[in-house]
Design a protein around this ligand. Structure first.
Ligand code: ASP
Length: 437
């Protein structure tokens, strides 16, 4: 059994967090590959190392001294080193960094030092071999990860050393220069490492006990999701839940590796397990995996008696395309259809777009409703189960929430309802209270 354990910024924010990480790693000998983010915030007023480094780069660009910021970074690293009694020479590393600080230093190179230095400390503390991401994560010039080369290099490092720490978030371009990923990119590095060594599990350690069933800003203390499929996760992410994004699950999903989201501050909690397929499904009445949603959509309804639906719909979609407005949902009736799109995506183009529809499709009626929120109830257990939509509509109806539009994913993984923006929070709460218990 081999596990890749990725620890996010809050899990390595200070010496106390480092101690928790070591206890976790030592508790399971399968945790042989550790991927580390840059030290994050220790409290709400604190700063992430990555943000300090971006700030440093901005100072350099405008010719302002960044000595104070460099000093703050050095202090944080020294604090961790001293509290843990490590021999790591922070001074020498910072001197090297200071020497290369100039207007010409790329932001990527500078910012990557957050992950680099945090991982050096972590490797020393765990007694694992440090393997620089610049030597094992490779990009092509178009910014894509060169999977083949990356997998081969990580696998070789793992086979050579057995227990390794790799910094997340960055890698190397073919010309040797450092490139960073998008923010939060260490999740991707962890997934790449897990795929590279064909790990049994990819553990993503963070500061919550897994993916929550609903947005905690709306529902008080929502339950974490125990098991979820990659397809369900995708639906939740698409509908706005702040969960791991597609790019960071792809490598493990492709290899059929389970992803386990865990809480560094509560290691006894099993967290959320994400798999391709759930073999043994619990036989209970619960059909909901999670709830997600977003506000500010516009519904455009086209009415035309005896229309050739496919022709009118095609023409309308082409018009939307011309204005680069992404259509999120379509509902089709006998003499009408409705398109749902994000209000921001339509922007100022709405009236020109409506004009084009009038001219090309000659509808009897063209209606616009904005201020719509979409709420998605996602659950694999809804598939082929009759009566679910009825239950959802009843629960919302009983709370006096008017449903403006309804859509169901073709694979029956989600039921999406459109409600007025002002009813959004209430709709999420009602669905949670009615079906998450
Ligand atoms: N340190 C980077 C960030 O703050 C990458 C990461 O944490 O995954 O976005």
């Amino acid at each position: 059994m081999v596990k890749v354990a990725k620890f996010g910024g809050s899990s390595v924010a200070g010496a106390e967090q480092f101690q928790k990480v070591r206890a976790i790693v030592e508790a399971d000998p399968a945790r042989k590959v550790v991927v580390v983010s840059a030290a994050g915030k220790r409290s709400s007023g604190d700063h992430k190392l990555t943000d300090l480094l971006y700030l440093c780069h901005a100072h350099l660009t405008y010719g302002v001294s960044c000595d104070d910021i460099v000093h703050t970074i050095e202090q944080r690293l020294c604090e961790i080193r001293d509290e843990l009694g490590l021999p790591f020479d922070v001074g020498a590393e910072m001197a090297k960094l200071e020497q290369s600080l100039s207007k010409d230093m790329s932001a990527d190179e500078l910012v990557s030092r957050g992950e680099y230095l945090t991982s050096r400390l972590m490797a020393d503390y765990l007694g694992y071999q440090f393997v620089d991401a610049a030597d094992c994560v490779f990009f092509t010039y178009d910014g894509q990860v060169d999977r083949e080369k990356t997998y081969a290099a990580i696998k070789a490092a793992y086979e050579q050393h057995g227990r390794i720490v790799i910094p997340g978030f960055y890698g190397r371009l073919p010309n040797g220069r450092i490139k960073v990923m998008t923010r939060g990119g260490s999740d991707i590095s962890g997934a790449l490492a897990a795929a590279a060594i064909d790990a049994d599990v990819y553990e993503n350690w963070t500061d919550v006990s897994g993916i929550l069933m609903a947005d905690p800003r709306i529902v008080k203390d929502p339950k974490p999701i125990g098991h979820i499929t990659y397809a369900e996760l995708r639906e939740l992410a698409f509908m706005g839940a702040s969960v791991l994004h597609e790019e960071s699950v792809q490598p493990v999903k492709e290899k059929g590796i389970a992803l386990n989201i865990r809480n560094t501050n509560c290691p006894e909690h099993p967290g959320t397990i994400i798999v391709d397929k759930i073999e043994k499904e619990e036989r209970d009445e619960r059909f909901l995996t999670g709830i997600a949603g977003r506000k500010n959509f516009t519904i455009l309804t086209v009415n035309k008696r005896n229309m050739n639906a496919s022709q009118t719909l095609r023409q309308t979609l082409e018009i939307f395309d011309r204005y680069h407005a992404n259509v999120e949902h379509i509902t089709l009736g006998l003499d009408s259809f409705a398109l749902v799109t994000s209000t921001a995506a339509l922007g100022d183009a709405l009236y020109s777009l409506m004009g084009d529809i009038e001219k090309q499709c000659h509808p009897e009626d063209l209606r616009v409703q904005d201020g719509i929120a979409l709420v998605a109830a996602v659950g694999r257990k809804m598939t082929f189960r009759p009566g679910i939509s009825g239950k959802i509509f009843k629960a919302l109806g009983e709370e006096g929430i008017n449903i403006r539009t309804i859509a169901q994913g073709a694979d029956e993984l989600s039921i999406i309802v459109g409600v007025d923006n002002k009813n959004y929070e209430a709709a999420v709460q009602v669905l949670y209270d009615s079906f998450a218990g």
